[in-house]
Write a protein that binds this ligand. Structure first.
Ligand code: ATP
Ligand code: MG
Length: 284
């Protein structure tokens, strides 16, 4: 098993003593080491970021345990295993990438983690150049990460994670702040990595079109609890999405319209507008 949550509750301390915010309540969950593309969705403040920060021990549970590649993380900091092994295997791209970048230059920033995990400098540099090319940010390598746009920072943060090749990738709203072309490129890159290497990818997003196109499993959070964990078609077919304040993907809205108005019989196993277009061509 890759990551397992065993009755995890997380409380954030408040400003006053004995005041707390409940962010996760009694969450149990199993995630495979390989071949999952999980979308975590839910309205703002529902606990999504808190949940994935437990997946590489950035947060410790207040109650319960999280097992990450057999490293058991408990509420007691001192008793926990060394986190370096966990962090190397589970890479995290933050919701706010500016908190993740701190080196003098973009190149040094991308090289930081692989060197920290024991890679030789020359090898780390080679790897950084390769990944920068893949992400189309080679022209930024000499700049200071502080002087980049939000979207560029996000790409640098992603490059910094890909550079040490973790087994599982955690992505907190990775397309936020990117232009439409950049969004497609980044998602296609993650999808390619997932397909070619079988790496498990865990993605938080508010974009239901992305969920419908890429996810193999959807986890819905609502007010600190998991309210749905399963197939994406069922989520939108059964109205469960409505109970959880989610919207339908555009492609499904179009299918509903076409089926109602023209009595087509297009099924919900149609994940993108291109898929829909091919089906319409068949009908025509
Ligand atoms: N550092 C913190 N200190 C105190 N409370 C926090 C902290 N971070 C989050 N919270 C609270 O915990 C709850 C869950 O927050 P979290 O950031 O996990 O939500 P989210 O689902 O990621 O939301 P969003 O979609 O807006 O990113 C919220 O009630 C939030 O106010
Ligand atoms: Mg969040």
């Amino acid at each position: 098993m890759g990551i397992s949550f065993n009755h995890v509750t997380h409380l954030y301390p408040g400003v006053k003593r004995k005041e707390y915010t409940l962010a996760l309540e009694d969450v149990s969950l199993d995630i495979n080491e390989k071949n999952e593309f999980i979308a975590i969705v839910g309205k703002t403040g529902s606990g999504k970021s808190t949940l994935i920060q437990h997946m590489n021990a950035l947060k410790l549970p207040t109650k319960g345990t999280v097992s990450i590649f057999d490293n058991v993380i408990t509420p007691k900091k001192r008793k926990n295993p060394k986190l370096k092994n966990v962090r190397k295997r589970v890479g995290f791209v933050f919701q706010f990438p500016e908190y993740q970048l701190f080196e003098e230059t973009v190149l040094k920033d991308i090289m930081f983690a692989p060197i920290n995990f024991g890679m030789k400098k020359e090898e780390a540099e080679q790897k950084a150049l390769e990944i920068a090319k893949l992400l189309g940010i080679s022209h930024l390598l000499k700049k200071s990460p502080c002087n980049l746009s939000g979207g560029q920072m996000r790409k640098v943060a992603i490059a910094g994670i890909l550079s040490y090749d973790p087994d599982i990738l955690l992505l907190d709203e990775p397309t936020r702040g990117l232009d439409p072309k950049g969004q497609v490129e980044i998602m296609e890159l993650f999808y390619k990595i997932h397909k070619e290497t079988g790496k498990t990818i865990i993605l938080i997003t508010h974009d239901m079109d992305l969920v419908y196109q890429y996810a193999t499993r959807v986890i819905v959070l609502n007010d600190t609890k998991i309210t749905y964990d399963g197939d994406k078609v069922k989520l939108f077919l059964d109205g469960i999405y409505k109970d959880n304040n989610l919207t339908k993907p555009e492609v499904l809205k179009l299918i509903d319209y076409l089926n109602n108005k023209f009595h087509y019989n297009i099924d919900y196993n149609t994940f993108t507008l291109d898929d829909l277009l091919s089906k319409l061509k068949e009908v025509a």
